[in-house]
Design a binder for this molecule. Structure first.
Ligand code: SF4
Ligand code: SF4
Length: 443
């Protein structure tokens, strides 16, 4: 099998060995869960419960508000104690339903559907009712991705099995532990979009996952497994499409422009479970890892569980732990409040020690050009950052700052330790603000 890749990228130390051989463990319900109404990209869901409402596992506690939104279910049995602003892993508070658990195990799943006879519409409706969101980080409602605009012809679905962020091993464990669910989930996704061809891209640092998935797809003529070069950010949508199909998504456009829909491995499993078991989106599959956690694990955690409870379940943090990140170390968010909860799309909690994060002092730009040579989107990070620092946002716009996917590749390689991503994010937000104002004034 030929190994495919893309231009640019970096090779951070992986640290996958901390958890890659540890099977998923189910974490019991905590004493209290915190359920933000906006765990997805799009409009916040609308609460259907109030203080004092009794819920069981699977109860719908919030309904979707419009097309780009998703319903939310209770992951525990208990009683709603409040609804109000609470900490979230995004770094700012959001409206949140707080539920005190009662230790019961009653559940109310959706009725299981026949995998053999289910129709295209039934799959989409089930994905919508189950509140499934993309597990790759952005938490885009999966139902929306399964309903592309009528004028776009989708030719293939790509399952992203790269897991290119260092440390994380959740998708790898799914491929090793539940290959049938991954494949059957992919087949449901293909049927939902009415597409024939399915691809699975896996980085070549997971040879056993490649072998298992290749064996599991034997006899499936329309599904192909690809070995991709291990390189960050191989799992970014544009890089994945380029590596597998050779097609390039134009700057500022979506994968559907080149006939592609990308789904995460965990999303395929969630779709399978929603159809076959009737299970809504109740648990987050995640890796708890880093040199700062005493017992690294792969866990299935009730959505809404505070980060602190998850860390305690893993034996707590070491004395030299200095930083907790939700998500991967390249694109994740550093946490200041460990009462923030695990969300539907949380893929990892990483506890880092000084040894893992020490980068040294920031200095002036050395004009070495390394950031330019590794940017997978051919951007010029050094210039974009300079323009952001000087407030020259029109110039930053001209150079394509809005295309930046904030992958952190440039910052990782910068010998001057300049916080390039923070500057890029800031400049990008400002340019997008200017573009919105421009659109309003032109209308
Ligand atoms: S963060 Fe933006 S500029 Fe930096 S490497 Fe990634 S895409 Fe390029
Ligand atoms: S990698 Fe850092 S030091 Fe080198 S040109 Fe880019 S910003 Fe400057």
């Amino acid at each position: 099998m030929a190994t495919k890749s893309f231009r640019g990228g970096v090779h951070p130390r992986e640290y996958k060995e901390l958890t890659e051989h540890i099977a998923f463990e189910v974490m019991p319900a905590p004493q209290e869960i915190f359920v933000p109404l906006n765990q997805h990209l799009g409009k916040e869901a609308i609460a259907l419960v109030k203080k004092g409402t009794a819920v069981i596992v699977g109860s719908v506690v919030a309904e979707a508000d419009g097309f780009i939104s998703a319903p939310i279910h209770s992951s525990v049995c208990g009683t709603v104690t409040s609804i109000g602003k609470q900490s979230t892993p995004f770094g700012f508070p959001k409206d949140t339903i707080v539920i005190k658990t009662n230790g019961q195990a009653e559940s109310n799943y959706l009725p299981p559907l026949s995998y053999e006879t289910i129709t295209q519409e039934e799959i989409k409706e089930r994905v919508k009712a189950a509140g499934i969101v993309g597990q790759g980080g952005a938490a885009f409602p999966t139902y929306v991705k399964l309903t592309p605009p009528k004028d776009k012809k989708i030719e293939f679905v790509i399952l992203n099995g790269c897991e290119c962020e260092p440390y994380l091993t959740r998708d790898y464990r799914f491929m090793v532990e539940r290959p049938e669910a991954v494949i059957e989930g992919l087949k449901l996704l293909l049927k939902a979009i009415n597409v024939e061809k399915g691809y699975i891209g896996i980085e070549d640092n997971k040879p056993d996952a490649i072998k298992i998935m290749t064996n599991a797809t034997a006899g499936e003529n329309n599904i192909e497994v690809f070995s991709l070069k291990t390189k960050y950010p191989q799992g970014a949508e544009k890089m994945l499409i380029k590596a597998i199909t050779g097609r390039e998504v134009p700057p500022g456009k979506l994968p559907l422009e080149v006939g592609a829909v990308i789904q995460n491995i965990g999303t395929a499993v969630a779709v399978y479970d929603a159809v076959v078991k009737g299970e809504p989106s109740l648990t987050a599959a995640l890796t708890v890892t880093g040199l700062g956690i005493k017992n690294p694990k792969n866990l299935l955690v009730p959505v809404g569980t505070p980060l602190k409870d998850v860390l305690d379940f893993c034996g707590g943090v070491t004395d030299d732990a200095v930083k907790t990140i939700v998500g991967g170390p390249m694109m994740g968010v550093a946490q200041h409040d460990l009462m923030a909860p695990v969300l539907k799309a949380t893929s990892g909690i990483i506890v880092l020690t000084e040894k893992e994060i020490s980068k040294g002092e920031e200095t002036a730009c050395l004009k070495c050009g390394q950031c330019v040579s590794v940017c997978p989107l051919n951007l010029m990070p050094t210039k974009l950052v300079r323009y952001s620092q000087l407030g020259r946002f029109e110039d930053a716009e001209q150079l394509g700052i809005t295309v930046c996917m904030e992958c952190g590749t440039c910052a990782y390689t910068c010998p001057a330790n300049i916080p390039l991503v923070q500057w890029l994010r800031l400049g990008k937000q400002r340019v997008m603000q200017i573009q919105r104002q421009r659109a309003i004034s032109q209308n």
